[in-house]
Structure formats: structure tokens, C-alpha cells
Design a protein around this ligand. Structure first.
Ligand code: JFZ
Length: 470
């Protein structure tokens, strides 16, 4: 009981006072490398923070086999097929470079779909672990210009998405299975020479990306968990600084500093690396143990199936999330002040699979009605209630959004608020219809019983109530 009361106190403190961390809109000079414990308050970071919903796209040569090789279905992640097959660099390239010819690829159509989905930013895999580059790189032939398709995919995507008003971020895997200089560990002088060469290659490519696509908003680094990178913190720090030297507004995720599910990594001076916490992969922070993360900036990235990022031909290998499951992750993320990035894996032809286009339609339609309670919003109360989650927009005072995902059998929900915030009115976000509510107790917090309408218990999708306090 004591524990419950204590956590309620923390929650109400957050509810009332702590949104301020996210409201400051004042422009400050970017201080490289020290991000004030996760809170960067410049316009670009504020934009990322209020965007809340992003699209992740994994696309590369692995989309061609789609998790199936020589008739055998590989149940692991499709973008890891090369590793599952232990295929040599030569074979992987010979097999799939000539087959990468996405005839149906239409960047404008992708961007329109993203707009319909309701995302504010998109992150595309410029280079995944297989090393294949979706842009024509000056520093390797292992890129899109060596395929029958030839054209620069990254440029088309950046242009099309930007035209729709959607920001573009670049996913970039440091880990590079087939690069001759890549090492998992540095065990000899020879390894060191090879890895130095790899480092130069990586820096060149990143410089190339940041320079040739000047509207890129940031980088989403991956593949930093091997010893060669993990203990080479000076280098990853230099990369972040190098990118911010080219473009000071660039936003970098924390994974650049090697994966760490607990704390963001620090450089030799103790400065935090990256601008937000990105370790929440296919899961969410726990408000009781990860409060330090929730108070900063963080992002959850999510697959539609269990663990497929790249296109896999056979989604029967795992559970496939429904629209409601995806909406719950989105709402839950925002209710804890985080961003949610939903992954898509287009086919080798450049199409989105039907399950994904369905999601685009459904999630997009939901956001058209309920976007007010998602975009620009953050936490109002971190706890998951039996009926759903709270969000609030720090710029709109005395207003709370109650996302109802489960209607209790009694047809009413209970909402708790700090004593001083007496409830003035409650209405449905979708149609403005006013609701009946009753004040129940007058102890430390106020408890309200909100009567739902009969039809509400038959609803398939979450709905939002807007609660105004005095
Ligand atoms: C990585 C990739 O290997 C994967 O293919 C995909 O691109 C994903 C977004 O990132 O996979 C990871 C990386 C880190 C963790 C789990 C999967 N982790 O820290 O738990």
C-alpha cells in the first residue's frame, strides 16, 4: 500500500509539475556533446519531441530473398538472412545485386502513404549490416548503382518525403559484415590497421550522407555492440561531433554509443552521447524502474510481426500485430513522453505488403480523429490505468486526454487527479459530445467516475475523452 501511495505521489508530481521540461521552446546554442541530461531545447529537437510518431523503413538486398532461400523458410529476421546462411560476401552479392530491381518503387507513393499513416518523420536504412548502400556512394561499388535499378533511392525518398512535409532520418549500421576492414574485436596490429581503414570508410560515408542530403534531420545508428566499437568510445564521439560540425541541428540516437538498455553512454569526459535514448526496441520503458529515461527523450521502435524488420515473405512465422496493438504501443509511448517509430519492410519490388497498407489506412484514420491527443503530447500520468492511458499537451493548460482502450464491464471509468485540479467538463474528442461525471472522494486526490455511453463497450478501437480542469 505504501508503495502504491508513493508511486501515486510521484505520478501526480509528474502530472502537475514535470511537463515543464518539455515546454521550453527557447532557442539555446547547441553545446556539442553535452545534452543536459537528455534535454536539448533547440527547435529541431523540439520538433522531434512533438512529432511523436515516425515511420521506420528497412530496405536492402535482403528484401529480394525475403527470408526464403532455396525453398527453405528461415524464421529469423529476414534482414539477417546472410548471417543465418553464413553466405560469403561474393555469393551474397552475386546472388542478389543483379536481382535488386524494384520496378514498382515510387518514392512519391511511399511518401503519400506515410502522410496517410500520419507520421511526422521517417527513418530509412541507408546501409544495414549487409553493407549494401541505397545511395550511390563514392566509397564503395557495393551500392544501388551496381544493381539493374541504378538510381539513387535515398535522394528520391528524401525529396518525396520532404515534399509531403515529413522529416527524413538516416539509419546507418556501423557493423558491416562484408567490409574487408570490419572487425568484431581488435586482436592484433593487423586488425588495428584493417579497422582503421574501416573507420575512415565509415567517416567518409557519413560525411557523404550528411553533405549530399542536406535536409537530413539526423542519424539512427545501429550495430555498435561489438567490442571493436563498444570500447572505442572516442571514435563514436568523434562521429557525432563530425556530423554536428557539418550540421549542428542533427539529431543522433544513443545507440551510436553501443547498446545499453540502462543508461546512455558517456564519452571520456562523462558527457552523454546522442540526443535521445533509443534502446527501446520492441518494448517500452517501465515507469517504475526507468524513470530517468522517461524524464529525458526516448523512442520505441516496433515491428509489426514479432521480429522482422526487412521484408519476409512468410509472416506466418510469428504473431502479426493488429491495428489496436499498434495503437496501444503508440498511445502508451506518448503517455510516457516518448516517440514511437513503426517499422515497414517493403518487398524487393518496392511494394508494401497488404498487412502494412491496411495498418496505414487504419492507424491513419484513427490519428485523423485523435491526433490532437498524440502529436505535441507527453505524459500526464505515467501509470497504465485499467481502462487505458493519459496524455496531455504541455502547451494546452488544464486539459487531459484519456485514451480508453478497455471499457470496464460496469460501463464507467475512474480517473484520478490531484486535489487542486477540479474537473470542469469531459467530452468525446471525436464529436465534442459532453459526458456525465461524478466526483467521488475528497482525500489526497480527486477521484472521478465518468459514465460512458452504451455503444462504447462495443468499440473495437481506442477512443479519447478530453477532460478539462478548473
Ligand atoms: C538491430 C538490427 O540487428 C535489426 O536488424 C534491426 O535493424 C534493428 C532495428 O536493430 O537489432 C537489434 C539491435 C539491438 C537490440 C536488439 C536488436 N537490443 O539492444 O536489444
Amino acid at each position: 500500500m505504501k508503495k502504491i501511495i508513493l508511486s501515486l505521489c510521484v505520478l501526480f508530481e509528474l502530472l502537475v509539475f514535470n511537463v515543464n521540461a518539455q515546454t521550453q521552446n527557447n532557442k539555446i546554442e547547441l553545446k556539442y556533446g553535452s545534452q543536459y541530461d537528455g534535454i536539448r531545447t533547440d527547435d529541431d529537437m523540439n520538433k522531434w519531441r512533438t512529432d511523436r510518431f515516425g515511420q521506420f523503413i528497412h530496405w536492402g538486398l535482403y528484401a529480394v530473398p525475403g527470408g526464403v532461400y532455396e525453398g527453405k523458410v528461415y524464421k529469423g529476421a529476414a534482414e539477417w538472412l546472410a548471417s543465418a546462411l553464413k553466405m560469403s560476401s561474393k555469393d551474397w552479392k552475386n546472388n542478389f545485386l543483379p536481382k535488386f530491381n524494384p520496378k514498382n518503387f515510387d518514392a512519391k507513393d511511399w511518401a503519400k502513404k506515410a502522410k496517410a499513416l500520419g507520421v511526422k518523420y521517417m527513418t530509412i536504412t541507408t546501409k544495414h549490416h549487409e553493407g549494401f548502400c541505397l545511395w550511390p556512394s563514392e566509397f564503395t561499388d557495393y551500392d544501388v548503382s551496381s544493381t539493374p535499378y541504378k538510381k539513387d533511392i535515398i535522394k528520391q525518398l528524401v525529396d518525396a518525403y520532404n515534399k509531403e512535409g515529413i522529416d527524413v532520418y538516416f539509419y546507418y549500421s556501423i557493423l558491416d559484415w562484408y567490409h574487408p576492414g570490419w572487425r568484431y574485436k581488435i586482436k592484433s596490429e593487423e586488425d588495428k590497421v584493417a579497422f582503421d581503414n574501416f573507420k575512415k570508410f565509415t567517416e567518409n560515408q557519413l560525411k557523404e550522407l550528411a553533405t549530399n542530403y542536406p535536409t537530413v534531420k539526423g542519424f539512427w545508428f545501429d550495430g555498435t555492440w561489438d567490442e571493436s566499437v563498444k570500447f572505442n568510445t572516442g571514435w563514436t564521439y568523434e562521429i557525432e561531433m563530425m556530423l554536428k560540425e557539418i550540421n549542428p541541428t542533427i539529431i543522433v540516437n544513443s545507440r551510436l554509443r553501443a547498446d545499453d538498455l540502462g543508461n546512455r553512454h558517456r564519452d571520456a569526459n562523462g558527457d552523454l552521447m546522442g540526443d535521445y535514448h533509443s534502446a527501446y526496441e520492441r518494448n517500452l520503458p517501465n515507469p517504475h524502474t526507468d524513470l530517468h529515461i522517461i524524464k529525458g527523450d526516448w523512442e520505441c521502435v516496433m515491428t509489426v510481426p514479432e521480429n522482422q524488420w526487412g521484408y519476409h515473405k512468410d509472416w506466418s512465422v510469428s504473431h502479426v500485430k493488429s491495428t489496436n496493438e499498434i495503437l496501444e504501443y503508440l498511445i502508451h509511448s506518448v503517455s510516457m513522453g516518448g516517440n514511437f517509430m513503426l517499422n515497414f519492410g517493403p518487398t524487393g519490388n518496392g511494394d508494401f505488403r497488404s498487412e502494412e497498407t491496411d495498418l496505414i489506412k487504419n492507424v491513419g484514420a484513427w490519428l485523423k480523429i485523435n491526433g490532437e491527443a498524440i502529436y505535441n503530447c507527453g505524459y500526464a500520468n505515467l501509470d497504465k490505468m485499467d481502462w487505458g492511458f493519459y496524455t496531455s499537451n504541455p502547451k494546452i493548460e488544464n486539459t487531459y486526454y484519456l485514451h480508453v482502450l478497455n471499457v470496464p464491464t460496469e460501463g464507467a471509468i475512474y480517473a484520478k487527479f490531484p486535489k487542486k485540479s477540479n474537473v470542469k467538463s469531459i467530452h468525446y474528442l471525436e464529436n465534442g459530445k459532453a459526458m456525465q461525471f461524478k466526483k467521488l472522494s475528497q482525500t489526497k486526490d480527486l477521484l472521478f467516475r465518468i459514465e460512458l455511453n452504451k455503444e462504447d463497450s462495443n468499440r473495437k478501437e481506442p477512443f479519447v475523452l478530453v477532460l478539462k480542469t478548473e
